[in-house]
Write a protein that binds this ligand. Sequence first.
Ligand SMILES: [Zn+2]
Length: 192
Amino acid sequence: MNSSQSKTLVVPPQSYKSIGTKSEKFLQDFYRQGLTTPCRIPILEIVNDWPEFEEQTGFQLVAEELPPGVLGRTDFVNNLITIPPETCVAAKNGDGRARFTIAHEVGHVWLHNVFFKGCILENRILTANRACMKTYEDPDWQAEAFASALLMPSTTMATAISNGLSIADMQMLFQVSYKAAIKRTEIMKKFT
Ligand SMILES: [Zn+2]
C-alpha cells in the first residue's frame, strides 16, 4: 500500500492564522516574554520541568524509546507525550530538530486534545484517504505549523525579518534548524 492510499486521521480544518493565534495563547500562558523578545522558547523545560503545563493540560512528558521512524507520540487516552531519550538530551543541548519534535507533539496536545477526547468518548474517529484529505485537516500539518509558530512567534520573527537577520542568525536566536527557519521566513512573507 502506498502512502497516497493509506487512511489517516482528519481533524477540523485550521489555517496558519488560527494556529498562530493558538500558539500565541500558549506563549501568553507559559512564556509571555517569548512574544516580545526574539529568543529561544524553552519548550522542553515548559513541558518537562515546569508544573504549569501539566496543571493546565493534564499531559506529562515521558522519555521512552519509540519504534524506528517515529519521532514522537501523543497519547490522548493516557495524557502522555512520549519522546525518545536521545531526543530529550538533544533538545536540552539546543538541537533545533529535537526542539521542533517536542513542539510538534505539544501542538497535538494544544490543538487536538479536546477534539480527540470527544472522538474517544463517542467512539468516533474520522479518517480519510490521505490523497483526498485537505492539507488543513491533517493533524500533522497543523502540529508542524504550530511548532513553527511557537518556536518562531510572528511578532518577534517580523522584527527579525525587518532587521534583515540572516537565516543563520535566526537559527542561533530561536534555536531552530536551518530548514525550519527558512520555512518560517517563507510563511511569514506569504501570509503576514
Ligand atoms: Zn504528529
